[in-house]
Design a binder for this molecule. Structure first.
Ligand SMILES: [Zn+2]
Ligand SMILES: [Zn+2]
Length: 85
């Protein structure tokens, strides 16, 4: 038994408690990302899963610097089909 906090295992506030260090800090909400937790390695830094879950697809695309393409008829049939007629 720990002589300081009298608990097994140590109370998290006990100086003898094993220190759990976050592997990353979410750049969005600032919360800790611990070993084994899922997160997204964004272009600006790690983002926790909670923040990713809150994001819309548009948010994610914007973060990645991507955007939706606009589908054009020509992309499917080719320019020739339309100019030859
Ligand atoms: Zn202790
Ligand atoms: Zn976050």
């Amino acid at each position: 038994m720990c002589a300081i906090c009298m608990k097994i295992p140590c109370d998290s506030r006990c100086p003898n408690a094993p220190e759990i260090k976050p592997v990353h800090i979410c750049i969005d909400c600032g919360s800790s990302i611990f070993s084994g937790e899922k997160y997204f390695e964004g272009p600006d830094g790690p983002i926790c899963k909670d923040c990713m879950d809150d994001m819309t697809t548009d948010d994610v695309l914007e973060m990645l610097g991507e955007e939706y393409s606009t589908a054009e008829k020509e992309d499917i049939y080719g320019m020739q089909a339309w100019t030859d007629s």
